[in-house]
Write a new protein. Sequence first.
Length: 854
Amino acid sequence: MPGKNLSRDEAQQRASILGVDAYRVRLDVTSATDPAAATFRSTTTVAFRCTEPGASTFLDLLAAGVRAVTLNGRALDPATAFDGARVHLDGLAAENVLVVDADCAYSRTGEGLHRFTDPVDGETYLYTHYEPADARRVFATFEQPDLKAPFTFTVTAPAAWNVWSNAPHENVTEDGAARTWEFAPTRPISTYLTAVVAGPYHVARDHYSRTLADGTVLEIPLSAMCRRSLAPSFDADEILGVTKLGLDFFHEQFDYPYPFGKYDQAFVPEYNIGAMENPGCVTFREEFVFRSRVTDAAYEGRANVILHEMAHMWFGDLVTMRWWDDLWLKESFADFMGSYGLVGARTRYSGAWVTFANQRKAWAYRQDQFPTTHPITADIRDLEDAKLNFDGITYAKGASVLKQLVAYAGSEAFFEGARRYFKRHAFGNTELGDLLDILEETSGRDLKSWAAAWLQTAGVNALTPEVTVDAEGRITELAIHQDGEVLRPHRIAVGLYDRDADGALVRTRRIELDVTEARTVVAEATGLARPALVLLNDDDLTYCKIRFDAESLETLRAGLGDIEDDLARALAWSAVWNLTRDALMPARDYIALVLRFAGQEANIGVLQSLHSQAKSAVDLYADPAWRGEGGRLLADGALRELRAAAPGSDHQLAWARFLAQTANGSEHLGLVRGLLAGTARIDGLEVDQELRWALWLALAAAGQASDEELAEELATDNTASGRRQHTQCLAARPTPEAKAAAWSAVIDSDELPNALVEANIAGFALPGHRDLTSLYAAPYFKLLERIWADRTIEIAMRIVGGFFPQAQVSEATLAEADGWLAGHPDAAPALRRLVLERRDDLARALRAQACDRA
Ligand SMILES: [Zn+2]
């Protein structure tokens, strides 16, 4: 499709001559409840100025058809003006009014206006999702973040529905079976931030008010929505409680009144990402409405996302990046604010920085070691680049570097900088330099070299301690080695740990210093007694991989779980995982650490990441000759800890889920079946619906669930979630036919919604089924370009990433991947990036297996 992939150059050119005064968008979605209706009517009126009268330009529009285009009262022929992706305009006046009357398609991929019908009650639900560039699937738009404008939406929908948008509605009129909702104009916002949510959603309402410094009272109506059939599980009080704490906190920190009037939060079905910060109308994945028991880590994760999106109301919505190069200006900040806010706003999730250190940073380390890594401020040539940049660098590394900036420049300079940034650039667009200028004002420091080292270069440094001692066991020198292509200034704390009287490993000394060179001596440590453990980057101030000296590593092998402090222990876990991934610690040694100490891990989020990492270690990093034994050890460990866990605890649930993931022998699978049948019980463990599906997946993957049994389970849980999990179970059956069916459902048709594409891939690609799926490696590489050309980018990304033969860890698969890369130098850069990353995972797994074998 010509022009579908808007380039930065085109966007800059357009912004250089255009200014947009207003959009008026009318949508008629009364057809949504008719499954046969594929499209809805979309009429856009745009008022815009042009500084070069006579010039040409274009709008972006991905529509099924265009009925009419009128520029300044002059009708244009849609057949020539519209090419399927753009509406071309010639002979612009200084002031223009354009009207585009189009038919746009309901989406099944989560991009644009997504339509979902609830299997429970047959009700239909709609919502929009646009970032980075899918507003053009719903109305004609200048699809780039720096052409901001006020938007006025009018939506005609079935009469029984409610409709929300960024602004509150001003008027609702009823006409037979339809109601028309007229919304107030928004403040100037970017196209990707506009939103419509429509359907018979269940809604909970509340209110927030705050007296501002000047004595005026800010009133913010609050609401939270979900599908009706989820209402019994909807804990809106908890959600709105976190929301109010967050509004208090960000008003205190940012000193800029919330600028978008009301604050709605919609939990929507088949959502592709965690959430989206549409001003005044945030959308979340509805899996955040917990219909079965989840651990507190899930509640913490949801609260983090609520605060992340709320921070965007300022970082991103009020002040927006000019182009996607500076996506970090909103995502790194929001990611940082998610954890910072959980602690600062006095929510009950006081361990948020532990989660950040252990889980969020793991994402950053992984991404930053791919050959495709990039500086935090990226070079984004076009929309496909932009789509792939919602990654571990832009979010987690960026947030880690902001945490380091707070340590380096001070939190007062950082937040005073934020306050000035909002006031100076409200409703505008910014680049890196705009932020640095302000931070230099408030910190009094030259941040150009800091930014060059941290924001404009890629890669992660490793910090390694070198300890020399004298005959009495006193430190003669503690030096820190910094490795990496670029050496950076790290403000870090060094923790010295020893056993206390009860045997716990506790910090006896904390030394804070700047590490700037390849080798830095910690002068303050000289003369101290050699501790049992030297922990670099204690308190997790900087972004780096930490290594250990030999004696400290021995201490960890003997007593990692005895480290008393949650954050220090999480850092140690993270470090030994990095050693495993870097082929410096055999996978079986890492698994032994997990088996030995995970049972005493108090932090539930850390425990759950240990589970997934241990599973990966067996599946990918262990010597294949030992893999079977490693898998049995994990399953035995899961069963042992499940029986030992406190009845009714989060830990018990986490171990039950881990047992479901690892079960392989007859003892484990027998218990799984017994739990499902009710013939076996674990005291305090409630086998609720989501746990049932996890147990069925274990049986299905082992070939021990019949189609009739799975159909029966679906009949008792014929919900959106039930259908997804049933699909995953079918794809997880260990037969050639089941794999062929899952593959074909995804590859041979584009009828499946995003959620079922994902479920099929997840079931198909179980690592334990590597023998069954090996014959799909060759067709995968043959299909790549066609998939990339034919599918929407969201679905193409899932297929390319999910069907890559990741479990086929062999030189032969590596050669196949290399062959494709060598043979397709001109494939779309975003497609090559995805393949390069999966290929790199494979090469890493081969190195780790060699280490484990040695
Ligand atoms: Zn975000």
